[in-house]
Design a protein around this ligand. Structure first.
Ligand SMILES: Cc1cc2nc3c(=O)[nH]c(=O)nc-3n(C[C@H](O)[C@H](O)[C@H](O)COP(=O)(O)OP(=O)(O)OC[C@H]3O[C@@H](n4cnc5c(N)ncnc54)[C@H](O)[C@@H]3O)c2cc1C
Length: 56
């Protein structure tokens, strides 16, 4: 059994974890480590900044 740890839950980390989860057998684990407790879709930050989207 393998244990995969992905550091960072940005676009790259999210994509890597999604693909690895699909490729590995169910018995293997995939853990994403993030320094924050929320997911931030970076390209949308600009819309929050100009008041066209709420942070949540
Ligand atoms: C305003 C704005 C608009 C954009 N618009 C577009 C667009 O329209 N189209 C496009 O293709 N690209 C766009 N981009 C660029 C795109 O958002 C970035 O290229 C992309 O977010 C990079 O992804 P990443 O996973 O490499 O980094 P990030 O998304 O920055 O993810 C890195 C992650 O690592 C985490 N992290 C940091 N330190 C640690 C640590 N020590 N341990 C664990 N985790 C850690 C961070 O919290 C973060 O979640 C935009 C960027 C900005 C700022």
């Amino acid at each position: 059994m393998s244990r995969v740890v992905v550091l960072g839950s940005g676009i790259a980390g999210h994509t890597a974890a999604s693909f690895v989860r699909r490729w590995l057998p169910r018995a293997d684990t995939v853990t994403v480590v993030s320094p924050v407790d929320r997911y931030n879709w970076v390209p949308s930050n600009i819309w929050v900044g100009v008041g066209l989207m709420q942070p949540h």
